[in-house]
Design a protein around this ligand. Structure first.
Ligand SMILES: [Zn+2]
Length: 72
């Protein structure tokens, strides 16, 4: 068994823009540019203000049949 852990890349130092994947800029960390920073902000705001939509089309079926602990 010979396995060397070569998982220590230098991806910790050089951050990448979470939006486009380009190397982040020092001025607009962790983004690469103001544009990407704006996009991220917009996304965040959109998600924060938007109401989470969930499928509420299914009919209510009393599903209170949880497999509880055995009782005796
Ligand atoms: Zn970017």
């Amino acid at each position: 068994m010979q396995q060397k852990a070569e998982d220590q890349g230098q991806s910790r130092k050089a951050r990448r823009c979470p939006i486009c994947g380009k190397p982040a800029s020092e001025a607009e960390r962790p983004f690469c540019s103001r544009r990407c920073a704006d996009i991220d902000l917009h996304r965040w705001l959109s998600g924060a203000y938007a109401v989470p939509v969930r499928p509420d089309d299914e009919p209510e079926d009393s599903a209170l049949d949880e497999p509880g602990p055995e009782q005796g």
